[in-house]
Design a protein around this ligand. Structure first.
Ligand SMILES: CC(C)=CCC/C(C)=C/CC/C(C)=C/CC/C(C)=C/COP(=O)(O)OP(=O)(O)O
Length: 394
């Protein structure tokens, strides 16, 4: 379906919007999107987020990403993960290889505990099968990220990324190279996890090698999907959808995608100074221009009124993605909600910290104090217990 459908958003008299799905045949399918909101010049569509002014065409990146979302949702739609039992069948694996596999998962857990403490603690509430699957995914993402962000990053080439992708293909076919790959290989054989988000994350690393500027939000959105939205898509099949969820599988995936995007946008806004010192600017060039700012202003690192106004808009957009993500947490399997809420609430507070620093993200690092992090945990737990009635979405 990629490329065959164009999304057009247009306002209607009753304040709602009609989304016209225009197929190649030219036939139009109209759907009333009741949850369309207009927020300070941005639009939030119930299952996708558009940043274009009213009436604009749904962007190419959003369409491309949405195609992946639909594919992922289709994979789990028939058999909701929470209905499945994932047990290693006795006799299927030799005891020695089972020991090795358990050891590999334990190592994944240790890596996760070391680099993502809060998230790790949250995973402990999940079933053992789910927690170790999440650790294996986390470790693969971390290793992928380290290729371009780690100590050997300056030596990394597109060829090395191609090799990493071949290795990914092999582990999905049950031929892992090392013990971390073996853990992921086992995970993808047990949960309906698709290879596409993994490939897309590698594509994000290629993009990072290729470019250090983003023309507009459409380009940045695609980058955020590649490097973070993909993590959301990888996680849903493992975290599981609540048995009593009455929403569509796509909308849960969209929320997961939104959380990845929100996290990455927050990460970018926090690290403006640090990235600029590496010659990188992960901010939409056209929006910078409209705000009367240039790359030189960022390299100069001076907090001006123009910068504050620009940042206010960027923060607003990141918060909209968090809002979109929040709507979907309730549809996850109850045992998976707590780590998601905890990380969402904590990461979101980085945006408050940028404001508290008077938008100086050039020389001051915005972070969430330990006490605030700890205080977020019971709040997150409380939210996991809430059940919000939802109607089946489009
Ligand atoms: C909301 C629903 C339905 C599901 C949740 C699905 C999930 C788990 C989404 C999370 C996606 C995620 C964790 C993306 C990673 C984003 C990101 C920017 C991570 C930053 O990682 P580091 O670079 O280690 O962070 P720090 O620099 O802050 O340490």
């Amino acid at each position: 379906m990629s490329g065959a459908v164009m999304w057009v958003i247009s306002p209607t008299d009753n304040g709602r919007s009609m989304v016209k799905l225009k197929g190649i045949s030219g036939k139009r399918i109209r759907r009333n999107v009741s949850k369309m909101k207009h927020l300070n010049g941005f639009q939030v569509f119930s299952s996708m987020v558009a940043h274009t002014p009213s009436g604009a065409v749904f962007t190419r990146s959003e369409q491309k990403v949405y195609d992946v979302v639909l594919k992922q949702a289709a994979l789990v739609r028939e058999k909701r993960i929470s209905d499945l039992v994932f047990d290693v069948k006795p006799g299927k694996a030799m005891p020695a290889s089972l020991d090795l596999l358990n050891g590999a998962y334990d190592r994944c857990g240790e890596v996760c505990a070391e680099y993502a403490k809060t998230f790790y603690l949250g995973t402990l509430l999940m079933t053992p099968q789910r927690q170790r699957a999440i650790w294996a995914i986390y470790v693969w993402c971390r290793r992928t990220d380290e290729l371009v962000d780690g100590p050997n990053a300056s030596h990394i080439t597109p060829t090395a990324l191609d090799r990493w992708e071949r290795r990914l293909n092999d582990l999905f076919r049950g031929r892992p190279y090392d013990m971390f790959d073996a853990a992921l290989s086992d995970t993808v054989s047990k949960f309906p996890v698709d290879i596409q988000p993994f490939k897309d994350m590698i594509e994000g690393m290629r993009m990072d090698l290729r470019t250090s500027r983003y023309k507009n939000f459409d380009e940045l959105y695609l980058y955020c999907y590649y490097v973070a939205g993909t993590v959301g898509l990888m996680s849903v099949p493992v975290m599981g959808i609540a048995a009593d969820s009455n929403t569509s599988t796509e909308s849960v995936y969209n929320a997961a995608l939104a959380l990845g995007i929100a996290n990455q946008l927050t990460n970018i806004l926090r690290d403006v100074g640090e990235d600029a010192r590496r010659g990188r600017i992960y901010l939409p060039q056209d929006e910078l221009g409209r705000a009367g700012l240039s790359d030189d202003d960022i390299f100069a690192g001076k907090v001006t009124e123009k910068w504050r106004n620009f940042m206010k808009e960027q923060i607003k957009r990141a918060r909209m993605f968090f809002d979109e993500a929040e709507k979907g947490v309730v549809d996850l399997n109850p045992a998976s909600r707590w780590p998601v809420w905890a990380s969402l609430l904590i990461y979101r507070q980085i945006l408050d910290a940028i404001e508290d620093n008077d938008y100086n993200n050039f020389t001051k690092r915005a972070y969430v104090r330990k006490l605030k992090k700890i205080a977020s945990l019971p709040v997150a737990y409380g939210k996991t217990l809430m059940r919000k009635p939802r109607t089946r979405s489009i």
